[in-house]
Structures are given as structure tokens and as C-alpha cells.
Design a protein. Structure first.
Length: 237
């Protein structure tokens, strides 16, 4: 624990300083909301502690080869995907050759990333990788109206088998690589899955990469365990 963390006021004390009130709320509501606010403050602090622990990981393994992909402008190697940045984040999405259409959840996540992608790329390089031919990936990009995401095909599957699924399964993955001192190393990959899921929960990571779930977590309905995003919905009046 850092000195700064030791000096932090308690979450309960900070919650009591909150002066926000809403029309016609009851005293019971305000007491419950204050208790919840303290937990939200603790959650924010825990998120930062976890992020700090992640940043302090020792060096990961050297990437065994300069994997080759097909980008929207032609062949490209992993090292070239960094551009001028020292860090590269790769989201592997579920759109393998066996799929007629890409995964709806991956599509939802990528749609939410397309807008802020230029902001992300002020800091790091960002790439979307799938196993389908690049022509299919680009066609769907145009269909969804994505403007900023950089798409790459992994036709050989070498990268996918090394960092997403050894069995080349059609599953998502999120990995971060660093380029330091002339070498490329693996920094971090999401490792939460079915074996790490709590009873009654889907095998999601934490924090969630998709804003969809964060929004729903702030509602009384929460996440409907029987609902899943679709690529399109019937038009309603």
C-alpha cells in the first residue's frame, strides 16, 4: 500500500460529504444511497489498485516470432502494427471462416470502441483481429459504419493459437504487447473465463470491456441473464 493510499479518508466519510439530493426522496432512500455511495468509492479505489498491480507486472515473455497478418492495405507484421507507439492492444473477435456473421457481442463492443479509437491511439496502438479473410472483415466494417477501427486478418492462425486459443477456437481475446529495447513482449491478456466464473454469472472479465453492461449495471433491471445482443433489431415506432 502506498503512502497516498494510507492517507485516504474512509469511503464512509467521503460519502457523508455528498450534498446531492433529488426531489421527493425519502430518508430511507438517502441512507441506502449513502451506504451505496461508500461502496462505489471503494470500488473506484479497488479498480485503481488492480490497475496499478497490472501495471507493475514483471516483463512478460518475448513474442516468439513477428506474426504476419493481412491488413486493409495488405500484408503487415506484428511489429508494424505498433506504428510509432510502444504499446499495442489487440482485440481478437469472433468472426472465423466458419461463421456466416460475426459475434453480436463482439460487434457491440467494437461499435462502442470505434468512436474513441482516435483518442486511444493518441496513447497506444489498437488493432482488431479475426480469422476470416480481410475482405469479409472490411465488408462488415462498412456495413456497421465503423470509421476508425483498424482490422487485420490472421489467415494462418499462428497468432490466434499462441495468444487466444491453442485449439484455434472461435473465442474472443484481448492482449497487450510492449515494444521495449528492440524486443516485443507480451504484457497482459484477459484470463477470466468459464473456470473463473462465479455461480450464476457469465464468464465475463472485470472491468468489463463493453460499456453495454456497465450501463445496464446502473439500472434496476441489471443484466438479464437470458438476453444477448443481436446484430439487428425489429424497427419500432
Amino acid at each position: 500500500m502506498t503512502a497516498q493510499q494510507q492517507q485516504l479518508a474512509s469511503a464512509t466519510e467521503l460519502a457523508k460529504k455528498n450534498t446531492v439530493r433529488f426531489p421527493n426522496e425519502s430518508a430511507e432512500y438517502r441512507r441506502a444511497r449513502e451506504a451505496l455511495l461508500a461502496q462505489e468509492i471503494e470500488l473506484r479505489r479497488h479498480i485503481e489498485r488492480v490497475a496499478q498491480q497490472r501495471r507493475e507486472l514483471p516483463p512478460g515473455g518475448l513474442v516468439p516470432k513477428d506474426y504476419e497478418f493481412i491488413g486493409e492495405s495488405g500484408p503487415v507484421k506484428l511489429s508494424q502494427m505498433f506504428g510509432g507507439k510502444q504499446t499495442l492492444a489487440i482485440y481478437s473477435y469472433m468472426y472465423g471462416p466458419q461463421r456466416k456473421r460475426p459475434c453480436p457481442m463482439c460487434t457491440t463492443l467494437m461499435s462502442s470502441w470505434d468512436g474513441p479509437a482516435p483518442d486511444v491511439e493518441q496513447n497506444i496502438a489498437l488493432a482488431m483481429v479475426a480469422r476470416s479473410p480481410i475482405e469479409r472483415l472490411v465488408a462488415f466494417k462498412k456495413e456497421r459504419g465503423w470509421h476508425h477501427l483498424k482490422l487485420y486478418s490472421d489467415p494462418s492462425g499462428e497468432y490466434t493459437r499462441a495468444y487466444v486459443s491453442a485449439e484455434d477456437a472461435d473465442v474472443p481475446g484481448f492482449s497487450v504487447f510492449t515494444r521495449r529495447d528492440g524486443g516485443i513482449r507480451h504484457f497482459w491478456s484477459g484470463e477470466m473465463g468459464a473456470v473463473t466464473a462465479d455461480p450464476g454469472q457469465d464468464p465475463r472479465g472485470a472491468p468489463d470491456l463493453a460499456p453495454l453492461w456497465t450501463i445496464l449495471d446502473n439500472t434496476p433491471e441489471g443484466r438479464d441473464p437470458k438476453w444477448y445482443p443481436q446484430l439487428s433489431y425489429p424497427e419500432t415506432a
